[in-house]
Write a protein that binds this ligand. Structure first.
Ligand SMILES: [Fe+2]
Length: 303
């Protein structure tokens, strides 16, 4: 059976993509940012997921402002990098996993979670930058990716609770997929930032670090945070953090934080990365706890 082994959350700052594309990753400014992802790259290279489910938001690239689905799942065989105004990013085409994506759509929708099915969709920096941060700049991405786009560009975005529940629906769907696949769920976006208005440039490290802490140990409480709190504490674009709840909802209640990185700034945002592994039940301990069958006990006594 397929199983979700871990969650990988990171910012998807467009300027990070530009730094990669313009070969500036070793500049002192960017070195600070990229060096923080080296351990994450090593972790995912060792984890070798068969499939990544990437939760991100489209920035009016695939959907435009005329049509904005709240949740859309990419069921296509491939997803071309979008032209975001200066030509598509020079990154590999994202290969999908139509069978698993259709299975997740079927399971979630028939279970009452209405997803929009995207059979053709281009993907922008919201998805491709985290792929770079995890996998570097290969000639082909190492595994298929199922994009799940979340509206955070026009009010009202979904609540944190609804995002968390989508994660739960994804987890349930994956658990009933018959092929042995090891899956990592990406949550992208954020952290605190505001692009325009009188508070442009806002960064709140205290909020961001508390968010990372609670994501591990109090995910349901964190998912209940209302939109206004993101807006007030993390800036208008800090609302992108709701997408991290999809990742967290897809994991077990108990997880192990295996890596965290946080730095300020990258462009005009805070940058964060966290990796959470599902805590597998140790088979030996479970067996030891199991008491011998009563009948056997009485047989031993009689002997
Ligand atoms: Fe974004």
């Amino acid at each position: 059976m397929a199983k979700i082994i871990a969650g990988f959350a990171s910012s998807h700052v467009p300027a990070i993509g530009a730094a990669i594309d313009n070969k500036q990753t070793h500049d002192p400014y960017w070195q600070r940012v990229f060096s923080g992802f080296e351990k994450a790259k090593k972790w995912i290279a060792d984890a070798r997921p068969d499939v990544v489910i990437a939760v991100y938001n489209d920035h009016a690239s695939a959907f435009s402002v005329e049509l904005i689905p709240t949740f859309a799942i990419g069921c296509a065989a491939e997803f071309q990098p979008a032209d975001e105004g200066w030509g598509p990013r020079p990154v590999p085409v994202v290969m999908g996993h139509p069978q698993l994506a259709s299975h997740i759509a079927t399971s979630a929708i028939l279970d009452g979670f209405d997803l929009t099915i995207a059979n053709k969709m281009e993907v922008d920096h919201g998805l491709t930058v985290p792929l770079n941060l995890a996998f570097g700049s290969p000639s082909a991405w190492p595994c298929p990716v199922i994009p799940i786009a979340v509206n955070v560009v026009q009010y009202p975005p979904p609540t944190g609770k609804r995002c968390f529940d989508l994660g739960r629906a994804i987890r349930k769907a994956v658990a009933s997929y018959p092929e042995d696949l090891r899956i990592v769920v990406f949550g992208t976006g954020g952290m605190s930032h505001q692009i325009s208005g009188p508070r442009a440039g806002l960064i709140n490290s205290k909020f961001d670090k508390a968010f990372l802490d609670r994501l591990t140990r109090d995910p349901k409480g964190l998912a209940a945070m209302p939109h206004i709190e993101y807006m007030r504490e993390a800036g208008a674009e800090g609302i992108e953090l709701v997408m991290w709840h999809v990742m967290r909802g897809a994991l077990d209640d108990k997880v192990k934080e295996v890596y965290r990185f946080y730095t300020v700034p990258a462009s005009n945002t805070a940058v964060g990365n966290i990796i959470l592994e599902n805590v597998a039940k140790p088979a030996k301990k479970a067996a030891a706890k199991k008491s011998p069958p009563k009948k056997a006990k009485s047989l031993r006594k009689a002997a």
